[in-house]
Design a protein around this ligand. Structure first.
Ligand SMILES: CC(C)(COP(=O)(O)OP(=O)(O)OC[C@H]1O[C@@H](n2cnc3c(N)ncnc32)[C@H](O)[C@@H]1OP(=O)(O)O)[C@@H](O)C(=O)NCCC(=O)NCCS
Length: 178
């Protein structure tokens, strides 16, 4: 997950671009229900990722491991995904609609993915980021070198493709309390 450099954890733009139900008030993201994504959610997920500056070209092949948060109107206002390779998983595509950030939704998406991923056998997370290092560091991730990642993770498009050299590799063991 490699956001454009002009986006940061602290970006608090009022633009929504979250598809249906864009009228959600800022600060209400904490209560949005989170559940599995379906193929029907792909256009809305792609819009959200595009708006956040994250890659979205390959999401169709991974939607089975995506979660979405919805507003009252059913619109997708948050998303997160995983690519699972044995006990290791790439955490990817974490994005929250700009007007709903700083309300706990990103943290809830991560916690819910971790809970669901327990059933997939995930024991360790890996990710690449250019902007959200602090967000993940506060949630227990540590900086790693890319070569520490197992081969399955290094073969993902994010690790093997055109990732910015400046992207930081982060990792964390699965937490049993999530
Ligand atoms: C990264 C991102 C998903 C975080 O989403 P979010 O919904 O703002 O995340 P949270 O609200 O859970 O946490 C963000 C901060 O708000 C704080 N917060 C949470 N609930 C809060 C509340 N009720 N009131 C005030 N602050 C709150 C958290 O403490 C956190 O602060 P911290 O980062 O200093 O720990 C979001 O900024 C985003 O979409 N960024 C663009 C895409 C991106 O960079 N994705 C990551 C790619 S690796």
């Amino acid at each position: 997950m490699l956001p454009k450099p002009d986006r940061t954890d602290d970006n608090r733009s009022d633009e929504s671009g979250a598809g249906r139900g864009d009228s959600s008030a800022p600060g209400n993201g904490g209560g949005c229900p989170i559940g599995p994504a379906t193929a029907a959610d792909l256009p809305a997920i792609a819009r959200l990722l595009h708006e956040a500056g994250l890659p979205q070209g390959d999401i169709a092949g991974h939607v089975g491991r995506f979660l979405v948060a919805r507003n009252d109107a059913g619109g997708v206002v948050g998303t997160i995904g995983a690519e699972v390779t044995g006990p290791d998983a790439l955490l990817r595509s974490l994005a929250v609609a700009p007007n709903l950030r700083q309300a706990g939704l990103g943290g809830r998406l991560m916690a819910e993915l971790e809970r669901v991923a327990g059933g997939w056998g995930v024991q360790r997370w890996w990710l690449l980021t250019t902007t959200a290092e602090r967000f993940f560091a506060k949630r227990g991730f540590r900086v790693a070198t890319r070569c520490e990642a197992p081969e399955g993770i290094r073969r993902t498009a994010q690790f093997s493709g055109g990732c910015a050299a400046a992207a930081v590799c982060l990792t964390r063991e699965r937490r049993s309390d999530e």
